[in-house]
Ligand binder design. Structure first.
Ligand code: SAH
Length: 215
């Protein structure tokens, strides 16, 4: 147990060194045991700062990247946040400590079920809704959102997501093709027609794919 605490502390130190300085983001990260979100096969590597395989050929993001993306969103406690790509549910948990409500969308049924079990049933995060759907279409019934976080890469900013972002809202997403140069982008919707784009650096994500999967 002590051992894990040491490893968790060490991981947090790495995340800080990599530029995650927002106290509330660090506090949220410190509350979550990443070991619960990785498969048993990779449990021994849960506290390493690297992406790891999860079900359905997907990955749980690198902890530093989760921290940097969360920080880049500049979340306010009253915000309603849309997350596209629930995956393991780890990032969903982080968001749930920082905002009013998280709507997280996942195209694989198995991943959506597992994340819901862990985040909503086990950890009783009551401000989280996990939906099995194609997140590239956003979530029209719950839109508009104050913040949108996409955790799978697309070549362009999905127009539907931009439409579902409030004016003054912020979206953070990886842009670029699979296994090619990808970079993290922050899009601020300054007016109905104007957007501010900021390049936050290189990243590597699985692709944003259309349609749902029943497995
Ligand atoms: N933040 C997650 C990252 C998971 S990887 C974590 O740390 O665990 C990205 C996820 O996006 C995958 O689970 C993939 O299935 C999902 N995804 C890809 N395209 C999608 C789409 N159109 N709608 C919803 N989820 C999608």
């Amino acid at each position: 147990m002590t051992d894990f605490q040491d490893q968790r502390h060490h991981l947090l130190e790495i995340i800080k060194q990599q530029g995650v300085t927002a106290e509330e983001v660090l506090v949220a990260l410190s509350k979550i045991d990443r070991r619960e979100f990785v498969s048993r096969t990779f449990a021994s590597r849960a506290y390493e700062d690297m992406a790891l395989p999860i079900m359905a050929g997907q990955t749980i993001s690198q902890p530093t990247i989760v921290g940097l993306m969360t920080q880049a969103l500049k979340i306010d406690a009253v915000n309603r946040v849309l997350e596209v790509g629930t995956g393991s549910g780890f990032q969903t948990m982080v968001l749930s400590y920082l905002c009013r409500h998280v709507y997280s969308v996942e195209r694989f049924q198995a991943l959506a079920n597992r994340a819901k079990q862990l985040v909503v049933d086990t950890h009783k995060r009551q401000n989280v809704s996990i939906v099995h759907a194609d997140g590239s279409l956003g979530l029209p019934n719950a839109a508009p959102f104050d913040r949108i976080l996409v955790t799978a890469a697309s070549e362009d900013v999905p127009p539907t997501l931009l439409e579902q972002l409030k004016i003054g809202g912020i979206m953070v997403l990886p842009l670029g093709r699979e296994n090619r140069d990808q970079f993290l982008m922050r899009v601020t919707k300054t007016t109905d027609k104007d957007h501010l784009y900021e390049d936050l650096g290189e990243v590597r994500f699985v692709p944003l794919l259309e349609g749902v999967r029943d497995d």
